[in-house]
Design a protein around this ligand. Structure first.
Ligand SMILES: Cc1ncc(COP(=O)(O)O)c(C=O)c1O
Length: 466
């Protein structure tokens, strides 16, 4: 393998020697060598150089990320979406620097909570009251507890291909094998069988089947939880009128509608997907883009429901040592101050649209049958002969993902990083626009597609030294 040149730009094959060395060490200390399973590029199909593997990051700034082999990439993973402005964005890092000496955990309220809540309530249509947690997982876990308490019903309806975090209640049918008959499909060992009864899994974008299910089971369904844009399934969009249809069903049958906007919130527009599509859910979970990458999540919704989190004999438990951490709130306040300006979204969307159009043309010119899915700020292409993709099962690529994985590899060698999993999206940030990364990315994509079409490499199993 060749090394990288002085500017850190990768030529020819990818040099990830140091990463692989670090990975062998990590494997001995941490299961799988990672702290989050999603970071392991594990299937031969998705990780053509070594499998399993992970690349170790050294630092990230603006739209770029560097690995420990000094390869420099334009980053389109952006930490799985949070970095809406750019890594270490000055407005955020300056605010953090000003506040860091004030301590990091109080176990008391602080004024920032109030200020950030005001901003969220101003920006997000469904938000009448707000509570904070640290991760998206905690937010959805507490939100379905709230929904169960409010409706006094137990079952949660979710959709195939929608991901809501890693707690037991919703870790079903998030990315099942395309041909499985199992529904709900458990995505992890260790989830008690009793919980299977608490979840119903539906097909996204099917107006009739959701209506039939709600009519049949509404007496036991507390809530429908959904990603309004399928951010964990290549950005599949809702059909026209679908979200409205679901909201109407929910109102008619006393079922709460929860939009999980952990990915779409503050990304696809100032007020998230609910503003974009003009459909207001009863409850909303948000995280990621709300703080440009600092650990914080929010639950927001109708006052009457949210108030159950308050005190009282039957109050719904919500809390956590690190909830409303002042540094994360500082980042959230600074981020929302930038994001309240709608021109930021215009820039991000313009940038994303340029890439979407450029990629489509290149795929077309290379006779790769494909569809572009998603929103300009988070999108993906799928190698398929279909004319539309409306649900998870339709996502299966013609070639099982082989061409995508080769393109992903050749993009890495050209200094462009996108996730190895085509079910993830390409994420855009303001820094991509400001640094004018589009033409470099499109050029890299063109070379990657051409190389991928003539590449026949197979994954090499990375042998872990004993
Ligand atoms: C829509 C959605 N909800 C919830 C989560 C869980 O968030 P976290 O990883 O912060 O627990 C994610 C994570 O990607 C997500 O995409």
């Amino acid at each position: 393998m060749n090394g990288s040149n002085k500017r850190g730009k990768v030529k020819g094959r990818l040099n990830v020697k140091r990463s692989m060395k670090m990975f062998s060490k990590a494997m001995k200390l941490m299961p799988g060598g990672v702290s989050s399973n999603a970071r392991l590029w594990e299937s031969a199909q998705f990780c053509p150089l070594y499998t399993p593997c992970t690349i170790f990051a050294k630092r990230a700034y603006a739209s770029h990320i560097w690995d420990i082999d000094n390869n420099k990439y334009i980053d389109y993973r952006l930490g799985f979406g949070p970095v809406i402005l750019g890594h270490s964005y000055p407005a955020i890092t300056n605010a953090i620097r000003r506040e860091e000496w004030k301590g990091t955990v109080y176990a008391l309220d602080n004024e920032l909570e109030v200020r950030v809540s005001e901003k969220i309530i101003n920006m997000v249509p469904s938000a009448e009251m707000v509570r904070y947690s640290v991760s998206g997982t905690e937010a959805t876990m507490h939100t379905i507890r709230l929904a169960r308490a409010y409706t006094k019903k137990n079952v949660i309806l979710k959709f195939e291909g929608h991901y809501h975090g890693s707690h037991d209640y919703l870790l079903y049918s998030t990315s099942p094998p395309y041909n499985t008959k199992a529904r709900p499909y458990k995505q992890s060992m260790g989830i008690p069988g009793a919980i299977d009864e608490m979840v119903i899994v539906e097909t996204f974008n099917n107006f009739e089947s959701i209506e039939k299910t709600i009519k049949a089971h509404h007496r036991k369904i507390a809530a429908i939880i959904m990603e309004p844009i399928m951010g964990n399934a290549s950005g599949i969009m809702p059909k026209e009128g679908y979200l409205k249809h679901i909201k109407e069903l929910c109102d008619k049958y006393d079922v709460l509608l929860i939009f999980d906007e952990v990915k779409t919130g503050f990304r696809v527009s100032r007020g998230g997907a609910q503003e974009l599509f003009g459909v207001t859910p009863h409850l909303t979970t948000m995280a990621k883009s709300m703080s440009n990458g600092f650990p914080i999540s929010a639950i927001a919704g109708q006052e009457e429901i949210m108030k159950l989190f308050g005190p009282g004999n039957h109050a719904v438990t919500h809390g956590g040592t690190y909830a409303s951490n002042p540094l994360s709130l500082t980042a959230a306040e600074a981020t929302l101050n930038v994001l309240k300006n709608r021109s930021v979204y215009k820039k991000i969307n313009r940038y994303g649209t340029t890439l979407m159009k450029g990629f489509s043309k290149i795929l077309n010119d290379n006779n790769v049958p494909s569809l572009m899915l998603g929103h300009p700020s988070m999108f993906q292409f799928i190698v398929t002969n279909r004319e539309h993709i409306y649900n998870y099962r339709e996502l299966e690529p013609n070639d099982g993902g082989d061409l995508f994985s080769k393109i992903q590899y050749w993009l890495l060698t050209r200094g462009v990083m996108v996730d190895e999993d085509y079910q993830e999206c390409w994420y855009m940030c303001l820094a991509h626009y400001e640094q004018k990364d589009a033409s470099k990315t499109i050029d890299a994509f063109e070379v990657a597609v051409e190389r991928a079409k003539s590449s026949h490499f197979k994954a090499t199993r990375f042998s872990i030294p004993k």
